[in-house]
Design a protein around this ligand. Structure first.
Ligand code: MTE
Ligand code: CO
Length: 436
């Protein structure tokens, strides 16, 4: 007998509850079918023994585990070490002005853990000392202001979940299916809970002129990245955030301060935020003229395309999550819209001919990722062309790529929100394909 000590594994406690045993599909064996209670009990005992043998007593049950202080800041299990941000070598010339991708295939629910939120820097991730950091608000205001972090932390704050999607997400997929993994086709996105001060409050404190129409927001990184934000958006739902998912921002996400611009392209969410200038015209910054514009078929460019269009993708199965067996399988994915809440998601198994409404798993929040499921899907081993199609509360329907190309051509880099097709082959492998 083992000691009845809560720190020692109970070696006897391997009995399998009968309900669980029945669920395991071992009931109805020949012996049980004889109808005699004794025979059935004997079979049960033997089968339970077999299960217990399968359960075994592994090494980790025979020794003490790590002590409480082994990891003062915890990390994921070593068995999950492949779940990391990844980049595409050929995409950018340098690592400082580059991007990596969120491992969407490994996520559950709607929250992205801080350590695997994709990163996009134009001049590397700035290492900012919060004590020395300042936020200046000036321009067309009654009272120019300079805030320390301490000042900001004394103001009323809010906590809200929002997705952030880089406008270039899916940019490599405009002409054809190119990258074989949902991490790379859709991973320039993350969704976290931000905590910060409403921008409206800071602007009211400074007293903005009635003639003001635009803000210029600037980062404190080497790139000094800046963008123009329309006043209406600034006074609506923008936040000056200092925390994500319950802890201070990560360095790579703009520590100690970033702008949150819900539903708008990621480029406008200035990190290491240091300056807000109030004006009556847009700034025509590099990032809103030579970049983050969309070249149309007629040679002209769409500009100030801020709102991220409604979009979705199936994250399981996907190239990183192949099917391993026939029978019941989970189809799951993520949907989002920069214009509000996701209203509905449909799933197709035949490349968009027939659609079935998916189940939305709450919470369903505005300008936030929404998790969807197609429950109880039985895979019969035949090839499948999987697609998902999201519809938001404005009634906007996510388009097929052919429809999008009709309007936008093939020269765009940004704002690809087309329906994704995954081809599930007979072996269960999944590949990124483009249907005609
Ligand atoms: N802010 C500053 N100061 N510098 C930058 O390079 N990159 C922008 C934006 N804010 C950037 C920035 C771009 S293009 C995107 S998509 C988002 O930050 C990415 O945010 P993330 O790194 O938290 O994912
Ligand atoms: Co971006």
């Amino acid at each position: 007998m083992s000691k009845k000590n809560s720190e020692t594994p109970q070696q006897e406690s391997v009995a399998v509850p009968r309900r669980q045993f029945l669920k395991a599909g071992l009931a109805g064996t020949a012996a049980a079918a004889t109808g005699t209670a004794a025979a059935a009990t004997g079979t049960l005992a033997a089968a339970t023994g077999a299960l217990a043998a399968g359960l075994g007593i592994p090494d980790w049950s025979r020794q003490l585990g790590a002590s409480v202080d082994d990891a003062p800041y915890g990390k994921p299990s070593e068995y999950e070490s492949t779940v990391v941000r990844r980049s595409v070598e050929w995409l950018t010339a340098t690592r400082e002005a580059s991007i990596n991708f969120t491992p969407l295939y490994a996520l559950e629910g709607i929250v992205t853990p801080n350590g695997i939120c994709f990163e996009r820097h134009h001049g590397g991730a700035a290492d900012v000392d919060p004590e020395q950091h300042r936020l200046m608000i000036h321009g067309m205001v009654d009272r120019p202001l300079l805030f320390t972090m301490e000042d900001l932390l004394r103001l009323p704050r809010v906590s809200k979940f929002f997705f952030l999607e880089c406008a270039a997400n899916g940019g490599m997929e405009w002409r054809n299916a190119q990258l074989n993994g949902v991490q790379f086709t859709h991973g320039m996105i993350h969704c976290v809970q931000y905590t910060g001060v409403p921008l409206k409050l800071l602007l009211e404190e400074a007293g903005i002129s009635t003639k003001a129409k635009w803000l210029m927001v600037e980062g404190g990184d080497a790139a000094g990245m800046n963008r123009s934000i329309p006043i209406a958006k600034a006074l609506d739902d923008c936040m000056v955030a200092f925390a994500m998912n319950g802890e201070r921002l990560r360095t790579e996400q703009g520590y100690p301060l970033r702008l949150v611009v819900p539903g708008f392209e990621g480029n406008m969410w200035v990190k290491w935020l240091r300056r807000i200038e109030v004006g009556d015209e847009s700034w025509q910054a590099r990032e809103e003229t030579s970049k983050y514009t969309d070249l149309m078929p007629d040679g002209r460019a769409r500009r100030f395309t801020w709102e991220m269009d409604c979009k979705s993708v199936i994250t399981s199965p996907c190239p990183e999550n192949p099917l391993v067996s026939m029978g019941p399988n989970v189809i799951s994915g993520l949907a989002w819209s920069g214009r509000g809440a996701v209203k509905r998601v449909d799933v197709s198994l035949d490349g968009g001919k027939n659609w079935t409404e998916a189940r939305l798993e709450g919470p369903v929040l505005t300008k936030c990722m929404t998790r969807f499921y197609l429950d109880g899907w039985e895979w019969n081993g035949e090839p499948v062309y999987l697609q998902s199609r999201a519809i938001d509360e404005t009634g906007y329907v996510q388009p097929q790529m052919a429809e999008l190309q009709k309007v936008r051509g093939v020269n765009s880099i940004y704002h690809n929100n087309a329906i994704q097709t995954w081809h599930v082959t007979k072996t269960g492998e999944v590949e990124n394909v483009r249907l005609a």
